[in-house]
Design a binder for this molecule. Structure first.
Ligand SMILES: C[S@@+](CC[C@H](N)C(=O)[O-])C[C@H]1O[C@@H](n2cnc3c(N)ncnc32)[C@H](O)[C@@H]1O
Length: 189
């Protein structure tokens, strides 16, 4: 059983109640043209995918939890895929945008994750990361809650995240919202 199989029934209500979805901010940061193929890695119940689907060509919602994916309202533009973020079936150099929204801190092997994202992204493809600032007091509450549920967490500060990313991506945008941040990077050959 995958971690989020245990919480999928209540996940969306929890996220809405605590205003943890950052749909508008993510969409604004992406500046989509409408032609992009997007992979929302760890896309869960597909709320972000649904929100972005009118603004892109196609969005894959990839998640290891088939229970989370069972909540996705699939269509010809929104494709749920059960899979591991570290080892996907996407072809190399095939994806315009990869999104990690509230996902990075759940992945232990973050370098392998970034290598896999780099592999599937086109040369000028974008990576957007939204995550919660490790040292902010609001995040500490979230950490307590998630630790109780999942035990293993790998939160980073915004600056730690920028440092990791700059090894393989050109960081184009950093939006600091206090308890969370959004970083947009571009694949660098
Ligand atoms: C906190 S949820 C975020 C869901 C959604 N992105 C959002 O913004 O609400 C983290 C998601 O990442 C998924 N996940 C964690 N590790 C994964 C992995 N190695 N491969 C694929 N999905 C993973 C979980 O199943 C879960 O649905």
């Amino acid at each position: 059983m995958k971690d989020f199989d245990r919480v999928y029934k209540h996940y969306d209500n929890f996220m809405k109640f605590f205003s943890l979805y950052k749909l508008k901010e993510i969409k604004k940061s992406l500046n989509l043209t409408g032609n992009e193929v997007i992979v929302d890695i760890g896309g869960g119940t597909g709320k972000l995918g649904q929100y972005l689907s009118d603004s892109c060509e196609l969005i894959y919602i990839l998640d290891e939890s088939d229970k989370m994916l069972s909540k996705v309202k699939g269509s010809e533009k929104i494709i749920p895929i059960v899979g591991d973020a570290l080892n996907t079936d996407f072809e190399s150099n095939s994806i315009d945008v990869v999104i990690l929204s509230d996902v990075f801190h759940h992945i232990e092997n973050q370098i392998k994750l970034l290598n896999e994202i780099k592999r599937i992204l086109k040369n000028d493809g974008k990576l957007l990361i939204m995550d919660f600032e490790k040292n902010h007091f609001k995040t500490k509450l979230l950490i307590l809650f998630e630790y109780f549920l999942f035990r293993k967490l790998y939160f980073k500060t915004k600056n730690e995240m920028i440092n990791i990313l700059t090894k393989n991506f050109k960081v184009n945008k950093v939006i600091d919202k206090g308890y969370y941040f959004i970083i947009v990077g571009e694949n660098r050959c």
